[in-house]
Design a protein around this ligand. Structure first.
Ligand SMILES: [Zn+2]
Length: 616
């Protein structure tokens, strides 16, 4: 070995406190216990299920037995969940570090049947609580063990009037597997096997489209463009299949919406379900999009500056994941792991001492996996163990500023879970719109800290670049997706939409949001973007915009917030109620969103100075 430098990396995490191994007796014991609990749920379901068809007509007296069974099931489900979740989390954690861990694979296999059984046994309780009268539900909730689930129950019931008769709901769910979901799977199959030819240097290289998509993150402008063109050419050969899939997925939802409208006696809109799931109001979404539109000039300015940093006039659709351009002779010093932990803890503590303490504790207790390893999976995430109520953060830490920001982001998620750890499980889940509040918050604090210690304009540019790129993504790209998906649903409601129309519709959406800063639109984006084909979830776009601006708004108000901020309430309130209670703002009105967006103007000024300052 020649003069090798020590590799900068984080430490390995400690999972031993959860289970000694994936095939240990402790895992067997949990699976045995869950089997017993599921038997008990099945037993109570024998009382509940026969009453479901008449659930709407029962009063508190005639529903007495059903209420008792429902309360029992609620308690059993809350006991069963950790026993099912923890072994799965453990197996996934093991596989993240060693993707070939056989015992972890075997454990996941064992869990499959248990998970399916759990999900099926869980259904009747939800159906009962959705269908029963208000009187029955009040009686059910009038029990200290069940009372904490009030928000979840009431929120679910907001859509109860559109539920079809139980037998029909069950039929829809059953048929969906080979209906709407099959179209989603077809798309996944296609995108997993599709290949394209990218010009790399002077050679034409054949590769999968996922690999080609990775090239769009490279600092070589021509390579990014070549990868983008290659991917689009590949998709263009499959437009009929993609059009069939996207039309079927939307068609299924629209038809179901018509049935639900008839049942409810009111019009059920295709946006209702995604809004409900994200616990935000239609008025909030309308305001959010209107303010995003006001933000177009600022975001286009950021996009133009990104293009300029690459020495060109226009921003290309292949630039959406472009990194800061590489600058010759700029040596980046790696940040050692303990230094990163200290930097994050100090930055967090400047907002709230407990946040800083949490970061140090997470590092001391080794809740963070940060090693560099050959068999590690890419990416970063935060997860948690329910029984021990402790989080785990996964990533590969190799000392770059972006690693520090990733760590700060994931620790934000971990802190969010930490402040909620003592809440009942029914109050611990939150919508996607609020999920990124703490993480984006943590990221922003640490980015500020990194910027302060940046030793050169080039180093500062790399950090501010990410902020400018985020503005462009969230305020131009995400609304482009929303615009297309909305226009597509409108058109699909009349008739299936042909590939040529899908291309035109997508190009028009790009032109509306990016306008003259764009070199050309991306007409194939409706085919290349996986999000349009998630069969279980429509409009996987606006929650990103919401989360981005909301978390920046919270950040701007950080001094006014003490303690746990609003995080503890994220699982038991709508976004509007949460914002009213903790921030004293009305999310249906533009002020909050406008202020947040306006605060970014200074950042783009700074970005402009840096781009000009580092001009070659
Ligand atoms: Zn996140």
């Amino acid at each position: 070995m020649s003069a090798s430098r020590t590799v900068v990396q984080g430490v390995g995490w400690d999972l031993a406190g959860e289970y000694p191994a994936a095939d240990s007796p402790a895992v067997d014991a949990d699976l045995d216990a869950i089997g017993g609990l599921l038997d008990e749920i099945e037993n109570r379901n024998a009382t509940l299920v026969p009453l479901l068809t008449s659930a709407r007509d029962l009063d508190a007296e005639s529903a007495r037995q059903a209420i008792t069974a429902a309360r029992d099931i609620h308690a059993l489900v809350e006991r069963a969940k950790p026993l099912l979740d923890d072994p799965e989390t453990y197996a996934e954690c093991r596989l993240s570090v060693d993707s070939q861990d056989e015992t972890a694979q075997a454990l996941l296999g064992r869990l499959q049947a248990v998970k399916k059984r759990f999900a099926e046994l869980n259904e009747p309780l939800g159906q009962f609580l959705d269908q029963a009268s208000g009187e029955v539900v009040e009686t059910y909730l009038d029990d200290p063990a069940v009372a904490p689930s009030r928000f979840a129950v009431e929120h679910s019931r907001k859509q109860a009037d559109e539920l079809l008769p139980l037998a029909e709901e069950n039929l829809v769910t059953g048929l969906a597997e080979d209906g709407i979901h099959a179209w989603g799977r077809l798309y996944d199959q296609l995108s997993g096997t599709l290949e394209c030819e990218v010009t790399v240097g002077n050679e034409l290289e054949r590769m999968g489209i996922a690999e080609a998509a990775g090239l769009k993150q490279k600092p070589d402008d021509r390579l990014r463009e070549s990868a983008w063109r290659a991917i689009n050419t590949a998709w263009d050969g499959h437009v009929e299949s993609c059009a069939a899939a996207i039309n079927a997925i939307a068609g299924w939802r629209l038809e179901l919406g018509r049935k639900r409208s008839a049942r409810a006696g009111r019009s059920v809109h295709y946006l209702d379900a995604p809004l409900h799931r994200n616990r935000i109001d239609k008025a909030t979404l309308g305001t959010l999009l209107a303010v995003a539109e006001e933000g177009i000039p600022l975001a286009r300015r950021a996009a133009r500056l990104q293009a300029r940093a690459y020495g060109k006039e226009h921003y290309g659709p292949w630039d959406t994941h472009a990194p800061a351009p590489a600058i010759d002779g700029e040596e980046q010093g790696a940040i050692e792991y303990p230094e990163a932990v200290d930097l994050i803890a100090t930055a967090y503590a400047s907002v709230d001492a407990r946040m800083g303490d949490f970061v140090r504790m997470a590092a001391e207790k080794r809740w963070i996996e940060g090693t560099v390893g050959p068999r590690k999976r890419p990416g970063a995430y935060c997860t948690r163990f329910m029984k021990s109520r402790t989080p785990r953060v996964y990533m590969t830490y190799s000392g770059s500023p972006s690693d520090v920001i990733t760590l700060a982001h994931e620790l934000g998620h971990a802190f969010h879970g930490w402040v909620m750890r003592d809440l009942p499980p029914s109050q611990q889940s939150y919508g996607m719109s609020l999920a990124e509040t703490a993480s984006t918050f943590g990221e922003t604090i640490v980015r500020d800290a990194l910027l302060k210690r940046a030793e050169s304009p080039a180093a500062a540019l790399r950090i501010v670049w990410e902020e400018a790129a985020a503005l462009v993504t969230f305020v131009l790209n995400i609304p482009t997706r929303f615009e297309f998906e909305r226009n597509f649903h409108e058109a699909r409601a009349r008739q299936p939409v042909r590939p040529v129309e899908l291309k035109a519709m997508m190009a028009a959406a790009w032109e509306k949001w990016y306008g003259d800063c764009l070199s050309e639109p991306d007409p194939m984006f409706w085919a290349s973007k996986l999000h349009f084909y998630i069969s279980g979830l429509a409009f996987y776009n606006f929650p990103y915009l919401f989360g981005y601006l909301f978390s920046l708004g919270v950040y701007a108000r950080r001094d006014a917030l003490g303690g746990d901020f609003l995080l503890r309430d994220t699982g038991r309130m709508t976004a509007e109620d949460l914002a009213a209670k903790h921030l004293d703002v009305d999310l249906t009105q533009p002020d909050f969103w406008r202020q947040t967006l306006g605060a970014l103007e200074g950042r783009i000024d700074q970005f402009e100075n840096l781009v000009e300052g580092t001009d070659a």
